[in-house]
Design a protein around this ligand. Structure first.
Ligand SMILES: Cc1ncc(COP(=O)(O)O)c(C=O)c1O
Length: 365
């Protein structure tokens, strides 16, 4: 992928005020609606964020936590680990907390790259983190997706060589919104993990009806599952993610993270509150489903092929679209993404709230 997120910030030149960060009335924002009204100058359909979050109880908890921010949050981070572990029927030493799952991916890569070798992953998939792998000496082997834009698990298994240090499966896959068949994925993980470390990135699994593969980690020293609070829980800006794995790998990986690092007190309170706000999660999923169905229907009406999506984003082809898609986005203050695959001109759009998706479609009509 060409652009980094740093480039993105530079290119879009978003002013702080445009992001809704100023004036500092954030502490007084009482409801979801108010935030959305504040945010409407720019329609952000780029980074698969949750347009409705944080949940009401996370907002309250985070506002109260501001007053506790004079202290380090080590104890609180331990509490969050315990809650995550219990929720997944695991022990505390099966969980590693990170500043977003981005930090988890960084740690896994640095752990896997302690000795040089190769990294097997799909093309196209979430790969902002792979430049680190390459810098550290892992040779990237990209395995094309199937024609329906899914991981080609058979080909990925074949690509594993004695020198392979890591296999990455993004499930569901970003940017395509597809998911592996659970039984096939379990068979793949069981086989691949006999040979190498397997990282399953489940950033979007909560949007689906498929089970997490977290229960594979306990008895298998070569499986790591990465999760995040950034998506269905609506805490992208709070930066909370975690890995679950066998306690031996967690212990080894935690050596790659400074023992003095950690999420903020505000973020920890937000994450703890979010885990209890099941109504918000249900509501997010229902609203996302409705806005996604509308978007797919309208894009197809405009002649654009869409890949069925189990996530909060849609991958679609601009090949039959005759207008200048990116220019129209820019003129309408909409942040979309880019072309991920030249062949077929595939791009991705995040599913925002229904009113945002209506503006998006109107801009294209
Ligand atoms: C598949 C996937 N993994 C990981 C991340 C990183 O998320 P975060 O660092 O916010 O947890 C993202 C972000 O968009 C993602 O799409």
């Amino acid at each position: 992928m060409g652009n980094t997120r740093r480039d993105w910030l530079r290119q879009t030149g978003l002013a702080v005020a445009g992001l809704g960060l100023l004036p500092l009335d954030g502490l007084a924002i009482p409801t979801i609606i108010k935030t959305r009204e504040n945010a409407d100058e720019i329609i952000r359909l780029r980074s698969n964020e949750n347009p409705y979050g944080p949940s009401p109880s996370a907002r309250t908890a985070m506002m109260e936590a501001v007053n506790k921010s004079n202290r380090y949050g080590w104890q609180l981070a331990s509490e969050l680990i315990t809650v995550i572990a219990k929720k997944n029927k695991l022990d505390d030493d099966n969980v590693l907390l990170g500043c977003g799952s981005t930090e988890i991916l960084d740690i896994v890569v640095r752990y896997a790259a302690k000795t040089k070798g190769s990294l097997v992953m799909a093309a196209t998939t979430f790969d902002y983190w792979t430049s680190i792998a390459e810098e550290l000496g892992l040779e990237k082997k990209s395995i094309p997706l199937t024609s329906d834009k899914k991981h080609d698990l058979k080909a990925m298994l074949k690509a594993i060589q004695p020198d392979t240090k890591l296999v990455y499966i993004c499930n569901p896959n970003n940017p395509t919104g597809t998911i592996c068949d659970t039984n096939e994925l379990i068979a793949f993980v069981n086989e691949a993990s006999k040979k190498t470390l397997v990282l399953i990135d489940e950033a979007y699994i909560d949007f689906t009806n498929e089970p997490s593969l977290i229960n594979l980690v306990v008895g298998n020293k070569n499986v790591i599952v990465a999760r995040t609070f950034s998506k269905v829980y609506g805490l992208a800006g709070a930066r909370v993610g975690y890995a679950v794995a066998n306690s031996a790998i967690i212990a080894d990986m935690s050596k790659m993270q400074s023992s003095n690092s950690g999420i903020s007190v505000v973020s920890a309170y937000g994450a703890l509150a979010s885990l209890n706000d099941t109504d918000f999660v249900k509501e997010t999923i229902a609203l996302n489903e409705a806005a996604k169905n509308y978007t797919i229907q309208q894009l197809e009406h405009l002649g654009m092929k869409c890949i069925p999506s189990v996530t909060n984003f849609v991958y679609f082809s601009l090949i039959n679209y005759k207008k200048d898609y990116f220019d129209l986005l820019s003129k309408n203050n909409i942040l979309g993404t880019r072309i991920y695959e030249e062949e077929g001109k595939w791009t991705r759009i995040t599913i925002g709230a229904m009113d945002e998706m209506k503006k998006f479609i109107k801009a294209l009509e």
